[in-house]
Design a protein around this ligand. Structure first.
Ligand SMILES: [Zn+2]
Length: 226
């Protein structure tokens, strides 16, 4: 009986160490949208999307680093970074996951708020499933509204790198209340923690293992931003 318990403890410890080492070597590229000459959208309060994206991205990166992930950034300051350069960072880092952080706008309806997740559809539908799961957990942690996971084949950051890639539209700059939240440090911190929590949960569910290299069809002619 004691022997059995001993082997069980050894087995659990070994599994925990392996999991820890694996998460350590899991490379996550954080891509704050826009920057420098490209301000992105503008909020109802007059703040540029590039500033909000950077603040949210830095919080997400810090929270992920704290969890032991190998985090790289496409930019950490207000600088112009081309779409090609962003893809190059991800590919050179041999990223396992790319998270591009943006903020949303709508033409009509200042009451629209919540989070959207854009993904590149693969034939097996694994990216769609992963995107929906990611968004569900993020919304739950952030206590926001689910505005849906949307397939996009025309976005450079999604179709250009070989890594599993998601573009997070963190909230609507056209909604006065959500714009103020997105501009506040406390919400930015909560967003960062929620991203880290979501990634942790998906690692445990082994979602990334199943999906990370499954996007085989890449369209290199498409180089749109969002
Ligand atoms: Zn954007």
């Amino acid at each position: 009986m004691r022997k059995k318990l001993f082997f069980l403890i050894v087995f659990i410890s070994a599994a925990a160490i392996l999991y820890w080492q694996w998460s350590k070597s899991f490379v996550i590229v954080i891509d704050p949208g826009h920057g420098g000459d490209d301000p992105g959208a503008i909020s109802v309060t007059g703040t540029y999307e590039k500033e909000i994206a950077l603040a949210l991205a830095l919080q997400a990166g810090a929270a992920l680093e704290k969890e032991g992930y190998d985090v790289r950034y496409t930019r950490t300051t207000d600088e112009t970074v081309s779409l090609d350069e962003r893809i190059q960072v991800a590919n050179e880092a041999q990223a396992d996951l790319v998270l591009s952080i943006h903020a949303n706008t709508v033409e009509v309806g200042t009451d629209v708020r919540g989070v959207q997740l854009l993904y590149y559809p693969d034939e097996e539908g694994t990216n769609e499933a992963a995107a929906n799961r990611f968004l569900h957990l993020l919304i739950e942690s952030l206590r926001s509204i689910n505005q849906g996971a949307i397939e996009r084949t025309d976005l450079a950051v999604l179709n250009g790198s070989t890594a599993q890639s998601f573009l997070i539209e963190a909230g609507f700059l056209t909604n006065p209340q959500e714009a103020r939240w997105l501009e506040s440090e406390s919400y930015q911190k909560r967003f960062g923690l929620s991203v880290a929590r979501t990634v942790n949960a998906l690692m445990k569910e082994r979602v990334f293992v199943e999906t990370r290299k499954s996007s085989t069809v890449r369209n290199e002619d498409d180089t749109m931003s969002e």
